[in-house]
Design a protein around this ligand. Structure first.
Ligand SMILES: [Ca+2]
Ligand SMILES: [Ca+2]
Length: 315
């Protein structure tokens, strides 16, 4: 291993230890979304309310009112009663950083639950997903977010929300990651970051991509550290750059991986070359970390970078 990749690994590890806060809550599947209005589709692009629940930050709801969108609302249907601890909001237009700057972002929101109780929150004006944690868990079947204040975009006077995730008080279905290391990843660009937290955010269009100077990703590795021994028996993997089928074909995908566990054991696994989440099972064992080494890849048609969009370990 080169000094450079060692250094990058060390830096990633330190940053991860600082950034990650443990979350012991499971994501609730959103059954439906209504909006006060939506910007009409144009040139094949949808701005519908359902874009906030499609698992992509690059697809966006844009309100369709005259003016800045004050008073606009989204109502999330949880498909039944859940005891909700927090929501995560990707406010603004996350299609690109340029678009994020140019459109309005929510600043003040009022949340109404199915019992008609309300809570108000002020959001930061940062291109980061914002965690809105309720002072005490709320049992509700709907969550209505009304926009009461905005941060004004530089070009378009329309307010956007790109994605919403809702979390309840049930334990997470996969192991929480406490720290990571990798053989290196692409630097942040106008589309976002390429580091490992992108592989457990439940978003198909955020990913880790290796940064070998000339290589195709063969020999690259990523490591997940759980901070304690956990039972691992499966890996949920979304192979490649799952932004959309075109980018998926253009980028490299894994075909063979080796899992190396903290107890010294290993498993060689064949990975399917498709754009859906796949469940890779192996004999369960206790481990405090798992390293995935990419042994072979299928080379894409344009970008010679191996990407992984999701990788979550579970029992
Ligand atoms: Ca979306
Ligand atoms: Ca992702």
């Amino acid at each position: 291993m080169s000094t450079r990749s060692l250094l990058i690994s060390a830096v990633s590890l330190v940053l991860m230890a600082l950034l990650i806060t443990p979350a012991h809550a499971a994501q609730v599947k959103i059954a439906g979304v209504l909006a006060s209005s939506s910007y009409p589709d144009s040139e094949g692009v949808s701005y519908a309310a359902t874009n906030v629940k499609d698992g992509k930050v690059s697809t966006v709801w844009v309100e369709g009112e005259e003016g800045s969108g004050l008073g606009s609302w989204l109502e999330i249907d949880l498909g039944g009663s859940h005891t909700v601890t927090h929501i995560k909001l990707w406010g603004g237009n996350w299609y690109s950083w340029d678009f994020w700057n140019r459109h309005n972002r929510p600043k003040e929101i009022e949340i109404t639950f199915s019992d008609e109780s309300t809570q108000k929150f002020e959001l930061k004006d940062e291109k980061l997903p914002e965690e809105i944690r309720f002072p005490t868990p709320v049992t509700t079947s709907t969550i209505k977010l009304k926009i009461k204040g905005i941060y004004r975009g530089t070009t378009f006077n329309d307010t956007c929300v790109s994605e919403i995730a809702v979390f309840d008080d049930q334990p997470e279905a996969f192991h929480t990651v406490a720290a990571t290391a990798d053989s290196g990843h692409l630097p942040e660009d106008a589309d976002g970051t390429y580091d490992l937290p992108n592989t457990w955010d439940m978003l198909n269009d955020t990913m880790w991509c290796e940064n070998q100077k000339d290589g195709d990703g063969t020999g690259a590795w990523v490591e997940y550290r759980f901070g304690k021994n956990v039972r691992v028996g499966k890996l949920l993997l979304l192979n490649g750059n799952a932004y959309d089928p075109t980018f998926w074909r253009k980028s490299n995908r894994a075909t063979n991986i080796t899992l190396s566990f903290s107890d010294g054991s290993t498993e060689a696994i064949v990975v399917k070359d498709f754009i859906m989440l796949q469940t890779l099972r192996f004999p369960a064992r206790d481990a405090s970390s798992v390293r995935i080494t990419f042994d072979a890849v299928k080379v894409g048609t344009e970008y010679n970078d191996l990407c992984i969009s999701e990788a979550r370990f579970a029992e």
